[in-house]
Design a binder for this molecule. Structure first.
Ligand code: NAP
Length: 289
């Protein structure tokens, strides 16, 4: 991949802390080269106290736009001029588009999740799903699924200090979208069994099962899995979590979080350039990383 940098070359970037490990630069630089777009993508470690000036630099240096990752997704919300409907509902942004100095915040994580399901031919519109976890990834997934017309979302989380906060957030998403959303204790095995019996899809939106804890699963009872319950795990390290192995063993459709990562990037690329990301080529690249 060879890219000529000139005075016309535009910059897109990732603002995160840490940012250096990210695979977004590889995804976007390949896509710019393939689509013959005169732009490059760099990753910047941005400290929280420097977020406001970094976002201001999108205007002053006329960047194409940026991606935001931890810990900036929520803090960046009041620093942009406009929010997409999904970003406003989620309360966090992972993409900023620079329209002649007017900064628009988007959240493409949920869009990435919905496209990842389409890629494995799982349709949840008008259906019931169960989500384990209610943090940043879960909120993006739940909000986009609700906006896109999922009928019922049953959320399970540990009953800790965060629980009442999630309850309020989920009620707000339900009110604004008309989707039925419930929150229950992850320790309530009977409620989880009932929820899964009604569901077409189970989503793990926690880090349980991630390296170095590959032997853990957010689901204690494997007998709740079945062939007609698709399972999506937001984790991509390892590529096949214990939960996905167990779901595969009963013949269920499964996918890992690499596809959500791919398609959230594809959605950001489209917002910046108006062109489709060459997803097959990018997928082949990131699967090797
Ligand atoms: P987060 O905001 O910190 O939320 C973590 C969620 O997991 C919370 O609901 C938390 O519950 C729950 N949790 C944590 N440890 C748990 C445990 N031992 N048992 C049960 N629940 C537990 O984190 P996040 O940003 O949503 O990230 C969650 C996962 O998604 C991470 O693995 C991250 O790498 C992945 N992710 C993937 C993508 C992608 O594109 N594939 C994008 C974003 C994130 P409590 O409230 O009880 O702590």
């Amino acid at each position: 991949m060879e890219q000529m940098i000139s005075g016309h070359t535009r910059l897109a970037a990732l603002f995160a802390k840490p940012a250096r490990h990210s695979i977004s630069p590889a995804m976007h630089n390949l896509s710019f080269a393939e689509e013959k777009i005169d732009a490059i993508y760099l990753a910047f470690d941005v400290e929280p106290e420097n977020l406001a000036t970094s976002i201001e630099s999108i205007r002053t240096l006329d960047l194409l736009g940026v991606n935001l990752s931890m810990p900036h997704k929520m803090a960046a919300v009041p620093l942009v001029d406009e929010l997409s409907p999904a970003a406003s509902l989620i309360g966090a942004i992972n993409t900023i588009v620079n329209q002649n100095g007017h900064l628009i915040g988007h959240n493409t994580d949920g869009i990435g999740f919905m496209r990842a399901l389409a890629a494995i031919e799982v349709s949840i519109i008008g259906e019931t799903i169960t989500v384990i976890g209610a943090g940043g990834a879960a909120t993006a997934i739940i909000s986009q699924a609700a906006l896109d017309g999922v009928k019922k979302i049953q959320v399970f989380n540990r009953k800790d200090d965060f629980y009442p906060v999630i309850e309020v957030k989920l009620q707000e998403i339900a009110q604004q979208t008309g989707c039925q959303i419930s929150l229950q204790d992850l320790d309530d095995q009977l409620a989880l069994a009932n929820a899964l019996a009604q569901s077409q899809l189970l989503v793990n939106a926690t880090g349980v099962g991630m390296k170095p804890n590959e032997n853990q699963s957010p689901l204690k009872d494997n007998s709740l899995l079945r062939e007609t319950l698709a399972v999506y795990d937001v984790i991509y390290n390892p590529r096949e979590t214990k939960l996905l192995q167990d779901a595969k063993a009963v013949g269920a459709k499964t996918a890992n979080g690499l596809s959500m990562l791919l398609y959230q990037g594809a959605a950001a690329f489209e917002l910046w350039t108006g062109k489709q990301m060459p997803v097959k080529k990018v997928q082949a690249l990131i699967e090797m990383l």
